[in-house]
Design a protein around this ligand. Sequence first.
Ligand code: FES
Length: 262
Amino acid sequence: MTALKETTTIYVYRGDASSGQEQPYSVEVSPGMVVLDAIHYIQAHHARDLAVRWNCKAAHCGSCSAEINGRPKLLCKTRIDQYLASGVPIHVRPMKTFPLIRDLVTDVSWNYRVAKKIAPFEPAEPAPFTLFQRDVDRIQEFRRCIECFLCQDICHVLRDHHDQNVYMGPRFMTKLAELEMHPMDASDRIAFTTQQAGIGWCNVTHCCSDVCPEGIQITGNAIIPLKERAADRNWDPLRRLFGHGPSAHVAEHKSKDRQKID
Ligand code: FES
């Protein structure tokens, strides 16, 4: 591995919604440094007004999301030496999908407005109830989400086509999967998933899974199973023939999960 240079130049986007450009900053590199450390170095030595959002510096809070060399990443989880070793210059920019406030800070409040549209967990019976470990494991993957919104940032429906009005994005497909796959959730999520949440707009490119810092298999474990449930609901010829409506579907589906417990 190439030895670390003493200093390197990091290019950071400076500006607001009206205008801006990348500025070069010289940064003294120390072993184990992450890009957020470099941003703090720049604040301390060159640009005290450089705006960046962060909290934990431990890849837990999901605040420091940005783009490094065009790739959505957590600034606090991305080491500098991987770029220095390959001689690639480091360019840090704000997330492209969300409106820019200033420098590296974007307005992600759209996500919180979307979250409010999803009905909360509706227990089929009062707690406490018993769950099988395999059911817990299946939904626990989705509960690892730290809401960094990197998956929303990479999603081409939101990023390139700006179709926020028709598709809620991968973060909320994960949330819907978590609720839909919970054996004790009594709500019918499928109609909402296909209509208001717009799951049909996802064409399963897997790019959201690729950028998830928690390694959640968003496409494989959340979106595709939800699509399958939606297809079963809407296109199963026997269901259409015998007119099983949504409530019949939910009762059947949930009772199947519950049978495992009884
Ligand atoms: S500062 Fe909390 S995830 Fe990076």
